[in-house]
Design a protein around this ligand. Structure first.
Ligand code: CMC
Length: 393
């Protein structure tokens, strides 16, 4: 502390102490409150992981029931919120709508601005986790030109989200439990990832004491970029562009060429220098979901698997320790479920909301937290006197 270091991209700067998530990048290990992500993905479910992230321990059955009740009974959006959706161009990217609507929630829940009140913090947390599926599903419906579907409290979190995305008014919609399970697993795998760019953005925004809904909107804006949450969309576009396995060597050569800005999307990670444990779970899940949907010999999945194999055998990727990350297989699963690519990052944002909120709560409960204010190395012009316009050359 107090020593000035220049660290662009914060590659070696710790910004906070945290007890939420631990990553061992060399081992490829991800722990939430100590529990490994593969066990949580296999045995737990998203809302239980939300509870764990928010409160630090796995819930008892009674605590879980109470938490689920609170989340499912806050899922409705105020009717006026529809005007925000309808104000967007009809071809707006769902992420643009989500960033806008989440930010606008700060006007609806101005009470939450009192972040010194633990009760307000608690209510704001539940509201965001509860309302995010409705916001994301409505952004999707709006971008498709379809009517909004209201949340149903009797369905589980993932099932309710799928219904709000795919049901059509006046028609029956049965939630497929296997699809709901796969959706829930995607939510679980994306729930938190310690101080990534979007979470750090939330913490920085909140360090000034800003309204939590505005802070989460800032996090969602950061997530949108292709180097972060936008990578799943970019990855599927890339796999489609490659198209057939015979074209893979050409794209691997481009990724290695320093004069070509092309990168293998869904490959590489700032922290993991081994396979991202979330990618392992998703690879297995991709086979399962495609089988369920009756999709066999899917060309995109074939290209993905062969691309992964060839890249892992290539010395360039081995030397730089570039392995598939969470975004490599998630897009294939989401596409098989019927989501367009523009919905991939919104689903990531939905899942990550709990991580952002848990980190926000942790920061506020730290008595030593202060406003985030990085320093800089100034490389501009030295002192000079103002020049009148007629004297400028
Ligand atoms: N394809 C080809 N080369 C790569 C790739 C890639 N995907 N990723 C990194 N490299 C090279 C890079 O050119 C650099 O080479 P050199 O040292 O010769 O200049 C070296 O590996 C280190 O890369 P870096 O950009 O300095 O590393 P970083 O930690 O700043 O970047 C990253 C991490 C995730 C932004 C980067 O690996 C990347 O752009 N990957 C593709 C996008 C992607 O999949 N993002 C999702 C990240 S995981 C989920 C999430 O955060 O949302």
């Amino acid at each position: 502390a107090g020593v000035f270091t220049h660290d662009p991209g914060f590659t070696s700067t710790s910004s906070c102490e945290s007890t939420i998530t631990f990553i061992d990048g060399e081992k490829g290990q991800l722990l939430h409150r100590g529990y490994p992500i593969d066990q949580l993905a296999a045995k737990s479910h998203y809302l239980e992981v939300c509870y764990l992230l928010l409160y630090g321990e796995l819930p008892t059955a009674a605590q879980m029931e109470d938490f689920e009740y609170r989340v499912t009974h806050h899922s409705m959006l105020h009717d006026q919120m529809q005007y925000f959706f309808r104000g967007f161009r009809r071809d707006a990217h769902p992420m643009a709508i989500i960033v806008g609507v989440m930010g606008a929630m700060s006007a609806f829940y101005h009470d939450s601005t009192d972040i010194t009140d633990p009760w307000q913090r608690e209510v704001a947390s539940i509201r965001m986790i509860a309302k995010m599926p409705t916001i994301v599903a409505w952004a999707f419906k709006y971008s498709m030109g379809m009517p909004f579907i209201y949340p149903r409290n009797d369905l589980d979190y993932a099932g309710n989200f799928l219904r709000m995305c795919f049901a059509v008014p006046a028609e029956e919609y049965e939630v497929d439990p296997i699809l709901a399970r796969a959706m829930d697993r995607i939510f679980t795998l994306h729930a938190d990832h310690e101080q990534n760019a979007s979470t750090s953005t939330v913490r920085l925004a909140s360090s000034s004491g800003a309204n939590p809904f505005a802070c989460i909107a800032a996090g969602a804006a950061c997530l949108w970029g292709p180097a972060h949450g936008g990578a799943n969309e970019a990855c599927l576009m890339m796999l489609r562009e490659i198209g057939t396995v015979d074209r893979i060597p050409e794209f691997i050569a481009r990724a290695k060429d320093k004069d070509d800005p092309f990168r293998l999307m869904g490959f590489g990670h700032r922290v993991y220098k081994n396979v991202d444990p979330r990618a392992k779970v998703l690879k297995a899940s991709a086979d399962e979901v495609l089988d369920l949907m009756g999709i066999h010999n899917n060309p995109t999945l074939q290209v993905a698997k062969e691309l992964e194999k060839q890249a892992l055998e290539d010395p360039y990727f081995a030397e730089k320790k570039l392995f598939p990350n969470v975004d490599f297989y998630s897009g294939i699963i989401l596409e098989a479920m019927g989501f367009p690519t523009s919905m991939f990052t919104p689903i990531f944002a939905l899942s990550r909301t709990v991580g952002w909120i848990s980190q926000w709560k942790e920061q506020l409960s730290d008595p030593e937290h202060k406003i985030g204010r990085p320093r800089q190395l100034y490389t501009g012009a030295p002192y000079r006197d103002y020049v009148e316009v007629e004297e400028r050359g």
